[in-house]
Design a protein around this ligand. Structure first.
Ligand code: TIU
Length: 225
């Protein structure tokens, strides 16, 4: 590890992290959200809005791998028999295709299907942790909390999609469990730019009510020491 810790220029103020107690968490960078024909588009969204987060995440991921920090990837999705998919989620709204329906990348939001997989640019290395989650938050009904405890993690660098849905839900879950969350602003994206902006503001308002927000450049500078 290049340096044992560093201070990140963040909002609402700088935060000093011990890298040995810090993990990078990349939320749901899956084809189902990022590409045409997946879950995100069936909900009526313009998936091109999310592409801007890929490069900043790739840069932070490379630096974090070099520095030897723990890397955790998450994927939202359901078992093929939908036993972990609440009817209240499956039946919601009027999408063109519902969770479990066959689509161009396989069954929508189902584990093991092509659409459920992480995009090639950010693909996990062998040995990196991948958390499969049925909900929007990474803690609900997963082993995420146990794994963070096992590795002695106290701080999370959080990025991924979408800012106001799975990123915000995970940050709120983590904050209540005592983790310091630094959300990488340009490493998150939403189908709705205004929700992205407000989603970040909600995290850092009131003295950092849920956490901190920093640009990828600030995280990279801190990692470089
Ligand atoms: N629809 C939407 O904005 N997001 C999700 O359904 N899941 C995640 O954010 N990953």
């Amino acid at each position: 590890m290049a340096n044992s810790g560093a201070t990140i220029a963040a909002e609402p103020g700088p935060i000093t992290l011990d890298w040995s107690k810090t993990a990078l968490v990349i939320i749901d960078m899956q084809r189902d959200f990022m590409e045409r024909g997946g879950f995100g588009e069936t909900l009526g969204n313009d998936v091109s809005q999310l592409a801007r987060a890929v490069k900043p995440i790739a840069e932070v991921l490379a630096a974090v791998r070099d520095a030897g920090l723990l890397v955790v990837h998450t994927r939202e999705g359901h078992l093929p028999d939908l036993s972990d998919a609440p009817p209240a989620k499956v039946e919601r709204g009027a999408p063109r295709l519902r969770i479990g329906d066959p689509g161009p990348m396989g069954r929508i939001l189902i584990r093991g299907e092509a659409g459920h997989d992480i995009i090639p640019e950010l693909y996990p290395l062998d040995g990196e942790i991948v958390i499969d989650k049925p909900g929007k938050g990474a803690f609900y009904a997963t082993e995420f909390g146990d794994i963070l405890q096992k590795y002695g993690i106290e701080n999370l660098l959080v990025c991924g999609v979408t800012t106001e849905v799975c990123v915000n839900t995970t940050v709120r879950e983590a904050n209540d469990r005592g983790y310091r969350c630094v959300v990488i602003s340009d490493g998150c994206a939403s189908y709705f730019p205004e929700f992205h902006e407000m989603g970040l503001k909600m995290i850092k308002a009131q003295g950092g009510i849920f956490g901190w927000v920093a640009e990828s450049a600030a995280v990279l500078a801190a990692l470089a020491g």
